[in-house]
Design a protein around this ligand. Structure first.
Ligand SMILES: [Cu+2]
Length: 151
């Protein structure tokens, strides 16, 4: 092995070993992850609490899932005319040592085009995508249409 190749290998090894703690996904702990299943072809909502234990801000840019062909990051808002509607969210910042909740009245994942019908009390795997290209797989508990965020 040449010296250059050895150096390359060492550098690469250091990069890999450091990455687990340096990525945005590595700073995030997800809890209370659940999906509200709605009847028929109605979109399901995905909710989760995200805590950032790191000293740097983290930015959630979306999510993807094998179970749902379409996963969108949305925010429910009440506009100036008093109408409730949803807007697309491209960047959701989770501040250093802070947390952000995706919950029924606010930010949520909009889940559509299920490849197979999720079952109540089962879990669906959804991977959260962060701005630095890192990913966090999270198991979401499937709950019925009348479920609320409190239980
Ligand atoms: Cu939505």
């Amino acid at each position: 092995m040449t010296a250059r190749r050895l150096l390359f290998g060492l550098t690469w090894g250091l990069l890999l070993s450091g990455s687990a703690h340096c990525t945005q996904a590595g700073q995030i702990a997800a809890s209370h992850a659940w999906i509200r299943l709605l009847p028929g072809d109605l979109p399901a909502g995905g909710y989760v609490a995200l805590r950032n234990s790191g000293a740097d801000g983290v930015v959630l840019i979306g999510a993807h899932s094998k179970t749902y062909a379409s996963v969108m990051l949305h925010q429910s808002i009440r506009d100036a005319a008093g109408m409730d509607r949803m807007v697309m969210v491209r960047h959701l910042a989770i501040p250093a040592h802070g947390q952000v909740a995706l919950s029924p009245a606010g930010y949520h994942l909009m889940l559509e085009q299920a490849s197979s019908a999720p079952k109540v009390d089962g879990t669906v795997q959804i991977t959260l995508d962060f701005a630095d290209g890192s990913h966090l797989p999270v198991a979401f508990l499937v709950r019925p249409a009348n479920a609320t965020d409190a239980n």
